[in-house]
Design a protein around this ligand. Sequence first.
Ligand code: MF3
Ligand code: CO
Length: 250
Amino acid sequence: MAVDLKTREHISGIRKAGRIVAACHKALSKRIAPGVTTQEIDRFVERFMLERGAFPAQKGYKGYPFATCASVNEVVCHGFPDSVPLENGDIVTIDMVADLDGWKADSAWTYAIGQTAPAVDKLMTVAKQALFDGIKQAKIGQRLGDIGYAIQTRAEREGFRVVTAFAGHGIGRSLHEYPEVLHTGIPGQGIELEEGMVITIEPIVTAGRSDIFIARDGWTARTIDNGWAAQYEHTIAITKDGPSILTRWE
Ligand code: MF3
Ligand code: CO
């Protein structure tokens, strides 16, 4: 296995796809509210991408049937959009990938529905901090283990856990490229980060146990103890100037 290193032109292609994803998340942040269904969100995202000359790369990927993954409360990831209205106090993670001219960008974000409980706010805050702690390590010369260690340390120090059943990944022409980006790790271990690598970092943090199971639909991952999960994901380029977040909007 080898890393597909990207040129500046390649990175600029991924960034263009990333800007669509970022703008879509920003639009969602204003429209997600009690009563909205994840099916409506899914249709909005698909239309948003198509109107901008991109398409939702998750749809049809390994048979996945929707433009987005919509994971509510104890759903860890890969939830199916459905017609159940979101309720005040829920959280929902919307994961999406835009393909623009063959370049892909991937980002997931957890949204609070109305007023969430303080413990849930903390879960979301820590998951987001864990992502940004990981991103800080995404520099030339650092190793993948440094990213995983930073994420795990943040989550566990705050009393949360990191799901190890799913990982980030290289991204570019394909949605999932080498290497796998684990969200736990040992400093100084794993492959060294090089200029031109483009990866996703996408920790899933849980309030209870981090063990998961896959539902009978073959996709929906849930915590076994029904504890809630939050996930934040960005697509990041490793550059001479440090980590460059290609899906940033907040
Ligand atoms: N965006 C997800 C990821 O981070 C992809 C989920 S799998 C899919 O890798 F089939 F739903 F696309
Ligand atoms: Co991803």
